[in-house]
Design a protein around this ligand. Structure first.
Ligand SMILES: *Cc1c(COP(=O)(O)O)cnc(C)c1O
Length: 477
């Protein structure tokens, strides 16, 4: 704070009353646009904050002039009305980024969502003219795509696992390999989910090796289910052994028990088709004999948040009719988005164009590098002289816990402090990252090895970035 001579400071008595502040024509326009409730609330809050500053001897006299007060009020109202959830530009290099909203919805999906805002046949059978089931919206698509006998959907995959466990194993035992007791970022830990579902977890085998006889020995009259969990976000390497679904299904069915598989990400198409690291497919797990397979809607599937449950008619019926299903069901808009996304899978040859997640994952590194070369001069201009910009090869990640050890060759811009900014590299980079996040469409990069990395894999249109460069330049100067 600069210390101003006291005659330039305002005292609390220089501040107008709320009534007087809202009296003039400029304030009338605000009242007209926003109504009394919001304008009054913000006017009071503004005057209160200025009064505190005046009392502390920190309020410049120019700030209590009518024009300045109305401008401050208008800014406050605009800030209050600004959405907290905002579109950002993901240059982290992680395509399915859980903190940035995971999969991006496809254009036709968004159009379908807008249309479904109005009344729709969510739970209405148009053929019979009576009550319908919201699962009908997607069940046929899911069974067609996965080959399952039946399917149901819930709020997310955590809910799908919880519901599957509760409906099939409440008060009984579920056998899981010790090597598969996963934690998926934050609150989803398999043993906790098991407890929430009221099922008793029976761990078998060891962290690195579990054998068929480990499962066989653990089966008793309290056993309700065998569960296989895809270790989506870590890999156990070296001296390892696990029992695959086909073997487990044989063991389970020999005892009259069902087998469930939580795939986590679960891609509906074989990513190896496009040279990407392979993820297990629900259709393979069903073919191997699983009675239930659960997976997410907003990971590799590329749709909205959803938990998909596919399996045998009997297993899915039990899950669908369990009372907890009502608490975990999908809302109409995510369900509309899921249907429109699944419909894209009917034309798999077009998926790398139609589905943004797959479009980004299959983007050739050479294209990304060419974009980086084109953008480098403009970005250099915006951040010079404090930062130097170079085009670099980078390694993108698929993200969302899938395929943690696989990387996709990518490219982008690396920004390094230059000249005097080199003295405080860490704080200079933090300031740069903060300035990027302060843009109207915040740009999210990654700081590592004394540089700020902007991986351009997820930047499909460079205009979104270039349009904001003048503002970035102002923020930095
Ligand atoms: C991601 C994941 C979940 C949780 O899925 P959400 O859709 O995020 O609720 C559960 N299990 C596995 C193995 C996962 O990878």
């Amino acid at each position: 704070m600069s210390s101003l001579p006291s005659e330039h400071l305002a005292s609390p008595k220089d501040l107008p009353s709320v009534d007087r502040l809202l009296h003039g024509p400029a304030a009338a326009a605000l009242l007209d646009e926003h109504g009394r409730t919001l304008v009054l609330h913000e006017a009071r809050a503004l005057l209160e904050s200025l009064r505190a500053q005046a009392l502390a001897g920190r309020l410049d006299a120019t700030r209590v002039e009518t024009d300045a007060l109305v401008t401050a009020l208008r800014d406050r109202i605009a800030e209050r009305l600004r959405p907290r959830m905002r579109r950002v530009i993901n240059l982290t290099g992680t395509v399915i980024h859980t903190n940035l909203g995971r999969a991006l919805l496809a254009e036709p999906v968004i159009e379908h969502l807008l249309a479904m805002q109005g009344p729709n046949n969510l739970e209405y059978d148009l053929a019979r003219g009576g009550r319908g089931d919201r699962d009908d919206v997607v069940e046929e698509l899911l069974t067609t795509i996965t080959g399952a006998e039946a399917a149901t959907v819930v709020n997310n995959n955590a809910a799908a696992v919880l519901l599957t466990l509760a409906a099939t194993a409440h008060g009984r035992e579920v056998i899981v390999s010790r090597g598969e007791l996963v934690e998926i970022g934050g609150a989803f830990r398999l043993p906790d989910v098991m407890a929430s579902a009221g099922a008793r977890l029976v761990e078998v085998g060891t962290t690195n090796r579990t054998h068929a006889h480990d499962y066989q020995r653990a089966i008793n009259e309290r056993t309700a289910l065998l569960l296989k969990v895809h270790t989506s976000n870590y890999a156990v390497q070296g001296f390892t052994a696990s029992v695959d679904e086909a073997q487990l299904a044989a063991i389970a069915h020999a005892h009259g028990l069902p087998l469930a598989s939580d795939l986590g990400s679960g891609s509906l198409v074989d990513l190896a088709t496009w040279g990407l690291p392979r993820e297990p497919l629900p259709q393979e797990k069903l073919a191997a004999g699983c009675d239930v397979v659960t997976f997410s809607g907003d990971k590799l599937l590329g749709g909205p948040q959803a938990g998909l449950i596919v399996g045998t008619r009997e297993a899915v019926r039990r899950i669908r009719t369990f009372p907890m299903k009502r608490a975990l069901r999908m809302g109409k808009l995510p369900l509309a988005a899921l249907e429109a996304t699944l419909r894209l899978y009917l034309r798999p040859e077009r998926l790398t164009q139609d589905l943004p997640t797959l479009r980004l994952l299959t983007r050739p590194a050479a294209d990304i590098r060419a974009m980086a070369e084109r953008l480098a001069p403009a970005v250099t201009h915006a951040v010079a002289p404090r930062f130097a910009v170079t085009v670099e090869d980078m390694q993108s990640q698929i993200g969302s816990g899938s395929l943690p050890i696989d990387r996709l060759p990518s490219a982008g811009l690396a920004l390094a402090p230059a000249g005097t900014a080199r003295k405080g590299t860490g704080s200079a980079l933090e300031a740069l990252a903060t300035a990027l996040r302060a843009l109207p469409q915040p740009v999210i990069g990654r700081i590592a090895e004394d540089r700020l990395w902007l991986d351009l894999r997820c930047l499909e249109s460079p205009d979104m970035l270039t349009a904001q460069l003048p503002q970035l330049q102002r923020e930095l100067s």
